[in-house]
Design a protein around this ligand. Structure first.
Ligand SMILES: Cc1ncc(COP(=O)(O)O)c(C=O)c1O
Length: 362
């Protein structure tokens, strides 16, 4: 028997979350954001499943875009950060990739080449101050790109810094700046909304929305779970109990003997650790399910194992018992909260060790 650690990905859930994003903005097109291996869910499998339905895919690097083309994905693929090297422009032309242009090196790299790109998204820095240019510079870029005859359509995009915080007015300020830029430039297509904005903010109609985390059924908001937002969580990470012992009050557990039992209880050792992507920052008390019953982390997370306290009078632990680390019955947002991180990070930083298994009714 091989190590029993599996991430089961429900492809139907991803499709229904994509449809939900589009349903919220029926006049918009939607990228399915599949960067970083589809947030750990497997970019090729996810994109293959969505290919007929998705308007386009969005990734962060040319390597991610090429991986999709090599797997036979035919929908348009957009480079959200644009090219990192001038030579990537030829690949964009060859494979029909779309790209953001967010700085002058990217702009001139494109303008100096004898190429045709179907769509370019000029990136406006509307306040996040990470990528992009001011509205005046964006206006210049748009006009230079249109005048070059090298681009089928030039659009304007921006990214929100605080859309996951519903009490923060920054998103409104960013939207206002985006509108000012649109007025300066004149008629132009747009793309502004990530998952949080798609679900909770009003975004320009007829543009391109960019759902990422919501496709995977995970909430971008710290105070709401994916299920509470009407999403279907896609990934369930499961493993098994591989060793069992009974602790008496006072016994200590794991590296540094960092956990001490306050009462007698059973302890299960489970096949998952930080070498698989389970967060080492998860403290004692972090919830998980064993045989569908609540259990909690006891002791430090090791590279290949964790240990969990199980105290149910009606049931004993046994080797082979099923464990849910996150997913069905255990929201990844909850594990993230305990581990002082976000659901995005937990699914994205899973290593190649957990087996990815895909399910779909179709
Ligand atoms: C430019 C851009 N658009 C859209 C997304 C998707 O964001 P989310 O996963 O919050 O929906 C990201 C993700 O980081 C991004 O960088």
């Amino acid at each position: 028997m091989s190590r029993p650690l599996t991430a089961t990905v429900n492809l139907d859930a991803i499709l229904s979350n994509y449809r939900y994003a589009k349903q919220l903005h029926p006049t918009c097109h939607a990228f399915a954001v599949v960067k970083s291996n589809a947030y750990g869910h497997g970019a090729v499998r996810v994109a293959t499943f969505l290919d007929e339905e998705a308007d386009a895919f969005a990734v962060a690097t040319i390597e991610e875009a090429l991986e999709l083309r090599e797997a036979g994905i035919e929908s348009p693929v957009m480079l959200l950060e644009g090219v990192f090297e001038d030579s990537e422009w030829e690949l964009c032309q060859q494979h029909g990739f779309w790209a953001a242009v967010e700085n002058e090196v990217q702009l001139h790299g494109l303008l100096e080449r004898d190429i045709q790109i179907e769509k370019i998204f000029v990136k406006l820095d509307s306040g996040m101050h990470r990528l992009g240019v001011t509205k005046e510079v964006a206006d210049d870029y748009v006009h230079a790109l249109r005048a070059s005859g090298k681009v089928g359509e030039v659009l304007l995009m921006t990214h929100f810094s605080c859309a996951d915080d519903l009490a923060d007015l920054t998103t409104m300020k960013q939207l206002t700046y985006f509108e000012q830029a649109r007025q300066l430039i004149g008629e132009i297509g747009s793309s502004v909304a990530n998952s949080a904005a798609i679900m909770k903010w009003s975004v320009p109609e007829n543009g391109w929305i960019r759902p990422g985390i919501m496709l995977y059924g995970i909430s971008p908001f710290s105070e709401l779970s994916g299920a509470e937002l009407g999403l279907t969580p896609a990934m369930t990470l499961t493993s098994k109990v591989i060793s069992v012992r009974s602790l008496v009050a006072g016994d200590r557990v794991g590296y540094g003997l960092g956990y001490q039992a306050e009462e007698d209880h059973e302890l299960g050792t489970i096949a998952i650790g930080y070498g698989d992507g389970y967060p080492r920052s998860a403290p004692a008390g972090t919830p998980l399910l064993i045989n569908g019953k609540p259990a909690e982390l006891a002791g430090r997370v090791s590279m290949d194992m964790i240990t969990a306290k199980f105290s149910h009078t009606d049931q004993s632990l046994a080797i082979g018992d099923e464990v849910v680390l996150w997913g069905e019955g255990m929201p990844v947002e909850k594990v993230a909260y305990w581990s002082d991180t976000i659901g995005y990070e937990l699914v994205t930083r899973m290593t190649t060790r957990p087996k990815l298994v895909y399910t779909s009714e179709s």
